[in-house]
Design a protein around this ligand. Structure first.
Ligand SMILES: Cc1ncc(COP(=O)(O)OP(=O)(O)O)c(N)n1
Ligand SMILES: Cc1ncsc1CCOP(=O)(O)O
Ligand SMILES: [Mg+2]
Length: 225
């Protein structure tokens, strides 16, 4: 009997296809721009889209991601992830607990969990998380987060000892993503720096390249951003 295998989370840029940033641009158009730029991980973050529209959007975006060979995760809602055929879900404190998300998704689904530090990362792993989203690394206006900004030093300290891959989130931009990658982060999650850009695809390309440069240890501070 074959054991079902879940996809691994690709390393690098992790993009939030978010309905709160530039809300006038439809999610499907955002996703098209992100995928045209080569995004390999897309999280669909829907905070203001009515549920039935959210389901339709999830189905469209998941299908587009699958055609492009990208991993698509749904933020918050395990039901929408299952109904849309997404690769998995990202949950935080106000969502279903990680254990329940894992139980509903089964062994084939990716589960990401928001954490604020090392102890929470260990607990997330025990609960079945595949990766953790750690932040805010830098200041952000996209979400009001009830936790202190970690800064690169605080972030790097968790990355060094985390038992699961760490994706940094909060204020990640072209000018800091290489430094974030140089800490050993598995990914850098970005919403506004991409979604507010005139050319989403081009911004995805530049952020991905900067992350990859930083991960190789060849980031030049203040260099080609
Ligand atoms: C990769 C990643 N990390 C953290 C979060 C935040 O999730 P959560 O704490 O549930 O907050 P909301 O995004 O739901 O407002 C995330 N979405 N992605
Ligand atoms: C969802 C979330 N959780 C912590 S910060 C954040 C928002 C990230 O958005 P941006 O990349 O615009 O700072
Ligand atoms: Mg959430």
């Amino acid at each position: 009997m074959n054991t079902p295998v879940r996809p691994s989370l690709p390393r690098g840029l992790y993009v939030l296809c978010d309905d709160t940033v530039r809300p006038e641009l439809p999610l499907r158009e955002k996703a098209a721009g992100l995928l045209a730029g080569g995004a390999r991980v897309v999280q669909l973050r829907m905070k203001r889209t009515p549920l039935r529209e959210a389901l339709a959007a999830a189905r469209e975006v998941v299908a587009a991601c699958r055609r492009a060979g990208a991993v698509c995760l749904v933020n918050d809602r395990v039901d929408l992830a299952l109904l849309s055929g997404a690769h998995g879900v990202h949950v935080g404190d106000e969502d279903l607990p990680a254990e329940e998300a894992r139980a509903l998704l089964g062994p084939e689904g990716l589960v990401g969990v928001t954490v604020r530090g090392l102890e929470e990362a260990r607990a997330a792993q025990a609960a079945g998380a595949d990766y953790v989203g750690l932040g805010p690394v830098f200041g952000t206006t996209t979400k009001q987060v009830n936790a202190p900004v970690l800064g690169l030093g605080g972030f790097a300290a968790v990355v060094r000892t985390s038992p699961v891959p760490v994706v940094g989130i909060g204020g990640v931009k072209l000018e800091n993503i290489a430094d974030l990658a140089a800490t050993g982060a598995h990914g850098g999650a970005v919403a506004s720096d991409i979604l507010l850009a005139e050319d989403l695809a081009e911004r995805v390309r530049r952020l991905s390249a900067a992350f990859d440069r930083g991960a190789r240890g060849t980031s030049l501070v203040g260099g080609d951003v």
